[in-house]
Design a protein around this ligand. Structure first.
Ligand SMILES: [Ca+2]
Ligand SMILES: [Ca+2]
Length: 367
């Protein structure tokens, strides 16, 4: 029965891909009772949930395999047309197709449940890419998907009045003082104040370490006085270095824990352990690791729909800053590595998935 369903879905998707349709026939993929819920609605039964999860998994594998098979077919056809068809173009074609498949995956998972967790298929992208890559005639497809909403949003450090958001400032300071980054208290203050001045619209230097236009003009560029557009923009801030941003030796870089995409709230289901540790002065690494273990346990899946699940582990009276916590996400980054023959290409893309609309591409960069 399962084999028959997989085959049926594959054929439908394959047929759609060949016809160039972007939108898949969700009606045909609905369970017989027509109970596929919209994003944000409650699910009717656990069997319904399992059904949706199974369908999502089947569709994702079918999508990625279809992408690769289509790629092989197109590549062979185009090679016959032009002998100058370069590996570079073929890699780009495969990368675009793969990111489109990921957009479909995120759309489907968004329809299945309102919460986003590390138990979902997007978080197991490596194995999905391996499955799809197995259908490649030559080459390797590797990749990861990361929830950008599990990170601290750089632009949320400053409120509409141009002042520090206290909760966000605390998050920054608690994160950056972790020994993994090897930063002194002066360095931390310089980064936090520098970022605040970069965003705020005024030209008043914050504290003794901040910097405004007069400082940056000497470097040949102006102060943004507005929101960050990319996370790499942090490298322009006074006090920031390549070593701090990317890491060096045993020191970890800070770049994996900040984002410019998504919302101010952090998804407690997907935030990396160091970000969990930044939620409270009382949060130890052991506690954060225990939270991480809890949210990766399939038997706790239902609990993850409510951001207060942490209380089942949290031993302290003081609550975590729940206003800055969420269980759902609207921005995901894809890191893709495609190898064909001697050519290798890495792509970083960011996909936005606002509720009630199809995912869209926010960012695309060939590394
Ligand atoms: Ca300022
Ligand atoms: Ca400013």
């Amino acid at each position: 029965m399962e084999k028959e369903s997989t085959s049926l879905l594959w054929c439908r998707l394959w047929s759609n891909r060949r016809g160039g349709e972007k939108v898949h026939r969700f009606n045909q993929m609905k369970p017989a009772n027509n109970s596929l819920p919209g994003r944000g609605s409650s699910r009717k039964s656990s069997s319904g949930k399992e059904g949706i999860a199974l369908i999502t998994t089947l569709v994702v594998v079918a999508l990625l395999v279809a992408v690769v098979v289509e790629f092989n077919r197109t590549a062979v056809a185009e090679i016959e047309i032009s002998k100058n068809f370069s590996e570079d173009k073929r890699i780009t074609h495969l990368a675009i197709s793969s990111v489109n498949a990921i957009k479909d995956l995120l759309h489907l998972e968004g329809m299945g449940s309102k919460e986003d967790t590390l138990l979902e298929d997007w978080a197991k992208a490596q194995s999905l890419f391996e499955t799809a890559g197995g259908a490649l005639q030559e080459g390797v497809l590797e990749g990861t998907i990361v929830d950008e909403c599990g990170k601290i949003n750089v632009n949320s450090l400053v409120n509409e009045k141009g002042q520090f958001d206290d909760v966000q400032q605390n998050l920054w300071e608690r994160l950056l003082k972790q020994p993994r980054f090897g930063l002194s208290s002066d360095q931390i203050e310089a980064i936090v104040h520098g970022v605040k001045d970069w965003i705020d619209k005024d030209d008043e230097v914050t504290g003794i370490f901040g910097a405004e236009d007069s400082f940056y003009r000497a470097r040949g560029y102006g102060c943004r006085n507005g929101p960050f557009h990319t996370i790499e923009e942090l490298l322009l801030i006074k006090g920031m270095t390549n070593e701090i941003f990317f890491g060096h030796g045993t020191r970890e870089g800070i770049c994996s824990y900040f984002t410019v995409f998504g919302k101010a709230e952090i998804n407690v289901n997907t935030a990396p352990v160091p970000v969990l540790m930044a939620f409270s002065e009382q949060m130890t690494e052991d506690l954060a690791l225990e939270m991480d273990k809890f949210r990766r346990d399939e038997t706790n899946k239902r609990a993850l729909s409510n951001k207060t699940w942490y209380k089942t582990i949290w031993p302290y009276g003081e609550l975590l800053p729940e206003k800055t916590m969420t269980v759902s996400s609207d921005a995901f980054s894809v890191h893709l590595k495609v190898t064909l023959g001697e050519s290798v290409k890495e792509i970083r893309a960011v996909i936005s998935r606002a509720s009630e609309s199809e995912p869209s591409l926010l960012y695309w960069k060939e590394i």
